[in-house]
Design a protein around this ligand. Structure first.
Ligand SMILES: Nc1ncnc2c1ncn2[C@@H]1O[C@H](COP(=O)(O)OP(=O)(O)OP(=O)(O)O)[C@@H](O)[C@H]1O
Ligand SMILES: [Mg+2]
Length: 244
């Protein structure tokens, strides 16, 4: 169910990546305008609105610009031009450990990450136990995260993102975290979160079955543009057919 309140708005958003021949060239470009580079418009004049409580899938082949759109919503990257407006607390199953400091312990990183998400100290205290329980990494929670295996890191990142009452929930094919039992648990938790009426879901996946199960609206991206925005059944047909 969705309300009339807009929670995500893209207005003529463009994102340019500059591709240099080498890191040295990239550095030189800061000093001189004459250094040559190729241009890649990862997102090219994209506009859309998502209302509170909507569940929206984004389809598109590799490199279409899906993750770049999500990263602009989470603030990991910024538009080259245009506006991105986001109203509400964002949790993202994407770059799960962005913002972690590897010298800090798991517990300290919970605080760090939750503070970055704009949570107050009391809210963090309330969420801490459920995060630690969900992560199931035992005594390692008191060790610096540089000592974690990649699976353990992902578990902690996932646990934080799904135990902090998200209002806008962003999933980028991230359900393949950890071993199969942990994956199953993650999937159940994602279902619980998006069952709440006010929670808005944005879901990037190549799995049409999962998308159709969770989402009612679908965007199809091609070469950085949105070429379709409408009912999920039509979006998935278009994407599956591949003739766009
Ligand atoms: N940091 C970067 N520097 C340069 N180019 C980038 C960068 N990030 C993404 N790109 C380019 O921007 C385009 C869009 O990338 P993006 O990651 O958004 O695609 P995607 O739709 O998420 O693809 P996938 O399905 O493979 O995840 C691609 O051509 C990619 O190579
Ligand atoms: Mg991607």
């Amino acid at each position: 169910m969705s309300s009339d309140k807009v929670v995500i708005r893209f207005s003529n958003v463009k994102k340019l990546y500059k591709l240099f021949k080498s890191d040295k060239q990239r550095l030189l470009s800061l000093l001189s305008k004459r250094v040559k580079y190729a241009e890649k418009w990862a997102v090219d004049d994209v506009s859309f609105e998502i209302k509170e409580g909507e569940s929206v899938a984004i389809f598109g082949v590799n490199g279409a610009g899906k993750s770049t759109v999500l990263k602009m919503i989470t603030g990991v990257t910024f538009p080259t031009s245009g506006w991105v407006d986001v109203y509400g607390r964002v949790s993202a199953l994407l770059e799960l450990t962005a913002g972690f400091d590897s010298e800090l312990t798991g517990k300290e990183n919970i605080y760090l990450k939750c503070q970055l998400m704009g949570m107050r100290d009391q809210e963090i205290k309330d969420a801490e136990k459920s995060i630690i329980d969900f992560a199931e990494i035992g005594d390692y929670i008191n060790q610096p995260t540089r000592t974690y295996s990649s699976g353990m890191l992902a578990r902690l990142g996932f646990a934080i993102n799904v135990n902090t009452e998200p209002e806008i929930f962003i999933v980028d094919e991230a359900l393949s975290t950890g071993d199969s039992r942990f994956q199953e648990k993650c999937l159940l938790r994602v279902q619980e979160i998006i069952a709440k009426d006010h929670v808005t879901l944005l879901f990037v996946t190549h799995n049409l079955g999962t998308a159709t199960k969770f989402c009612s609206r679908g965007l199809v991206m091609k070469d950085g543009r949105i070429i379709f925005d409408g009912p999920i059944s039509e979006a998935s047909q278009l994407y599956e057919g591949g003739s766009y």
